[in-house]
Design a protein around this ligand. Structure first.
Ligand code: ZN
Length: 130
């Protein structure tokens, strides 16, 4: 079954981000290291994304909703989300992921509208700081 991608706004994401079944996947490249990030987000850079999809699958065990974003969610975010949705639909087993979403306007939109960001250097982000 092919999964369709849907979009989510920053305010919708705020309301579901604390749900333990939701994972936020940041696919920005090196800018994540000097820019802030959304608390609790996973980091799978777009330049190595295709090789790291099995690792991402491990990292999101038990999640049912994935929200992808890059800086603007125009190119890297949607293309990685598409790649991962196709990867899921090619698998024989159901990974339990029902929704693959894209954060509208990306990290810049999130940050620019004053949403909380995290500046920790932990890998993965613990999500405890804001
Ligand atoms: Zn952090």
């Amino acid at each position: 079954m092919a999964r369709s991608l849907s979009h989510i706004t920053a305010s919708q994401l705020i309301s579901i981000a604390r749900n333990p079944r939701v994972a936020i996947v940041d696919v920005r490249d090196e800018e994540r290291s000097y820019d802030a990030h959304i608390a609790g987000s996973l980091h799978f850079a777009s330049d190595t994304f295709s090789e790291r999809m099995p690792d991402l699958l491990q990292a999101v065990k038990g999640k049912d909703t994935l929200v992808f974003h890059c800086a603007l969610s125009k190119v890297r975010g949607p293309s990685c989300a598409r790649m991962f949705a196709d990867y899921l639909s090619e698998m024989k087993e159901d990974a339990g992921i029902n929704k693959v979403m894209i954060l509208e306007r990306g990290f810049n939109g999130w940050h620019g509208s004053g949403r909380p960001v995290c500046r920790c250097t932990a890998i993965p982000c613990t999500g405890e700081c804001t």
